[in-house]
Write a protein that binds this ligand. Structure first.
Ligand SMILES: Nc1ncnc2c1ncn2[C@@H]1O[C@H](COP(=O)(O)OP(=O)(O)OP(=O)(O)O)[C@@H](O)[C@H]1O
Ligand SMILES: O=C(O)C[C@@H](O)[C@H](O)C(=O)CO
Length: 331
């Protein structure tokens, strides 16, 4: 029997919840931000990227979020609509908030960083009233981005969404998605993210992100298996720890573990790896594939996105991902 069960008779496959932002990716790569003069604009925000990845793979996706009441907000909403993503739960925030911006610095294929402008951002204005029970219960899965817990009222909106999802057997994916901006302290992050991780079916994060969740509650053990066991004692069935260019390790509640490798890439920049991986991994699970195959699909997708200039725009189709696997052989 499968570890997680998706309610197959639901019209919507997947809902993303969290930030809808803009990435400004440096055009003049291999130089510091101080010397960068031009950027290309893309839709960004990790949960937006993952939802776009899933829509590109052919699943029916929707989004719960808030956008600013200006040209940037409209750019994002139009982009989602063009991708076939349902935006009926994307609310325009009229409080004077702005769209979050992520300026990316691409110094070398291994030295990339992000500078985020996140003061008074629309995404964190998401309100519990924006989270509608009838919207959530018609979906098979929902994915929560940990950054949506950084401030109220978005924080309360997340807890409402998770409780409604659990009530209606909607599979809850939690991507820790730690961004230091907008949080007050690391303890605050660890404690709030832990509260949602406890209620989630599948948890994804990097080693340092899982450490952040463990830090407020005791000495760090920095051991992927012990991390997974912590969450299996709650509700989780799958815990996936991402290790960048070293691949990933997935643990399942029935005691198995799966080591995922990587595919060769002509790396332009490293960010976007996690989002493309997550989109394709979730797609695999939703197709009923086993963990190892889903992990392989995620890794192949990530190899395409790290070889591209953007995150959202570069999300591949299933055929493009399969072509990578066919070219390099199953890993
Ligand atoms: N340099 C690389 N070459 C090929 N594949 C990569 C590379 N870096 C990451 N990947 C793939 O992407 C997966 C996720 O990467 P990573 O652990 O960097 O996620 P992340 O930290 O969430 O990424 P992001 O930088 O987008 O936040 C890895 O498990 C691996 O399969
Ligand atoms: O997550 C963000 O807000 C920024 C992303 O869109 C960015 O491209 C990235 O970091 C992807 O991991």
């Amino acid at each position: 029997m499968s570890l997680i069960t998706f309610e197959l008779n639901r019209p919507m496959d997947f809902i993303g919840l969290g930030r809808l932002c803009i990435d400004l990716n440096a055009n003049e790569i291999h130089r510091p931000m101080e010397e960068t003069r031009t950027f290309t604009k893309y839709v960004g925000g990790s949960p937006a990227n993952i939802t776009i990845a899933i829509a590109r793979l052919g699943l029916k996706a929707g989004f719960i979020g808030r956008v600013s009441d200006d040209q940037h907000g409209r750019f994002i909403t139009h982009y989602l609509e063009k991708e076939g993503i349902d935006t009926t739960s994307v609310t325009t925030d009229r409080s004077g908030s702005v769209t979050g911006l992520a300026f990316t610095e691409i110094k070398s294929p291994t030295d990339c960083s992000i500078l985020m402008y996140r003061d008074n951002v629309a995404d964190l204005k998401l309100e519990p009233g924006d989270v509608r029970e009838e919207y959530i219960r018609q979906a098979k899965a929902i994915m929560i981005s940990g950054t949506a817990l950084a401030k109220s009222p978005s924080r309360e909106a997340v807890f409402k969404a998770v409780d409604l999802a659990r009530k209606h057997n909607v599979v809850v994916f939690f991507d820790i998605d730690y961004r230091p901006w907008t949080w007050t302290s690391r303890d605050e992050t660890g404690i709030y993210c832990s509260l949602v991780a406890e209620k989630s079916d599948v948890i994804l994060g990097g080693r340092e992100e899982f450490d952040l969740l463990e830090a407020p509650f005791g000495p760090l053990r920095q051991d992927d298996r012990l991390t997974a066991e912590r969450w299996f004692a709650h509700h989780a069935k799958i815990v996936l720890v991402k290790h960048g260019g070293d691949g990933s390790v997935a643990f399942t509640k029935d005691g198995q573990s799966f080591t995922g490798t990587t595919f060769p890439a002509n790396v332009v920049k490293t960010f976007g790896a996690g989002d493309s991986f997550a989109g394709a991994f979730i797609y695999g699970l939703m197709n009923g594939w086993d963990i190892a195959r889903s992990q392989q699909f995620g890794a192949a997708s990530a190899s395409i996105v790290v070889s591209s200039h953007s995150c959202s725009d570069a999300m591949p189709t299933a055929e493009q991902i399969q072509a990578v696997i066919d070219k390099h052989g199953s890993k």
